[in-house]
Design a protein around this ligand. Structure first.
Ligand SMILES: CC(C)(COP(=O)(O)OP(=O)(O)OC[C@H]1O[C@@H](n2cnc3c(N)ncnc32)[C@H](O)[C@@H]1OP(=O)(O)O)[C@@H](O)C(=O)NCCC(=O)NCCS
Length: 274
């Protein structure tokens, strides 16, 4: 269903049962899959591809132009590809020239700049700001107000809690940037700041409010400013049940591929498939 007040460009391909709301603009060469819903006032810039069954909330800009000295740049080479089942909440702006996997979710008013690669089953919380040239793996959760500086790399199954900042310039302002690297299953707790070029190893945890100035080893907890080693994550107990809280994948399943199976059984089956 197309609203009377929407504008559709040239060479646009619409799947079946696409719904486009009031005042939306769908520019040239856009592809919208089956059952895509665009809510009011949303703009989809030219060359964008949105997969089946995706919902784009009101007042979003999807495939935004990359500006060069405030002039509209040549759009020819740019595109944005978003997989199936996206849920992009109102006010989100996603620039062109990125690739985003299936089941992607954003909160409200998220900004994602150009040249990012984002895997499947990723969610990015309200008001988060993802700068360009970042790599985010699969099943990664960023909560609200997270800032990822350029060149950040986040591997699979990583949790980033609210108000975490990834820096990248050791001597600002400069042109020599060093991205932060977070390895699989790591957790960065609320309000932490990660200094440029830091690597956080697998299954480690950065405690709330920490300023991390050095690499963090596997299974380590670090806390404080500057963050210091506090202990082995495998000794931390859940404050309510009193049971071991980590590795979290052995106790937490919601939204994960091992949901209903348990991690150990799931990973064994993965091995069997290889
Ligand atoms: C790091 C963390 C996991 C440690 O949990 P824990 O092992 O149960 O630690 P405890 O609460 O027993 O505290 C042990 C000591 O470490 C200190 N401590 C705990 N967390 C700290 C932190 N983030 N920064 C500085 N010191 C901290 C405590 O004050 C306590 O010190 P004391 O022995 O001198 O009294 C936990 O404090 C934390 O930061 N959790 C994450 C909270 C969060 O951001 N959740 C996600 C968003 S909702």
């Amino acid at each position: 269903m197309l609203s009377n007040s929407c504008t559709i460009g040239l060479n646009v391909k619409l799947g079946v049962n696409v719904s486009i709301g009031h005042n939306c603009i769908v520019e040239d060469n856009v592809i919208l899959g089956d059952d895509v819903f665009l809510d009011s006032n949303t703009i989809v810039r030219s060359g964008t591809v949105i997969g089946d069954n995706s919902f784009i909330g009101a007042n979003c800009i999807i495939g935004e132009y990359q500006m060069n000295n405030c002039k509209r740049s040549n759009r020819g080479d740019y595109s944005l590809n978003i997989g199936a089942n996206a849920l992009i909440r109102s006010g989100t702006i996603i620039y062109s020239n990125s690739k985003i996997g299936n089941n992607f979710q954003t909160g409200h008013r998220v900004t994602i700049r150009e040249k990012n690669t984002i895997g499947n089953n990723v969610s990015i919380g309200t008001l988060s700001d993802i700068q360009d040239n970042c790599k985010i793996g699969n099943y990664v959760r960023l909560h609200s107000n997270v800032f990822l500086g350029q060149l950040a790399t986040i591997e699979d199954y990583v949790w980033i809690f609210p108000h975490v900042i990834f820096t990248n310039d050791p001597t600002p302002p400069s042109n020599e940037l060093m991205g932060v690297h977070i390895k699989s299953f790591a957790i960065i707790a609320a309000g932490s700041i990660l200094l440029p070029g830091i690597t956080i190893e697998e299954d480690s945890l950065v405690g709330a409010g920490s300023v991390v100035t050095k690499n963090v080893e596997k299974y380590s907890i670090v806390v404080g400013n500057p963050a210091k080693y506090m202990g082995d994550i495998r000794n931390v107990k859940n404050k309510i049940t009193g049971e071991n809280a980590y590795p979290w994948r052995e106790h937490f399943e919601r939204g994960m591929p091992w949901s209903g199976t348990g991690y150990d059984k799931w990973i064994k089956n993965q091995g069997a498939d290889c």
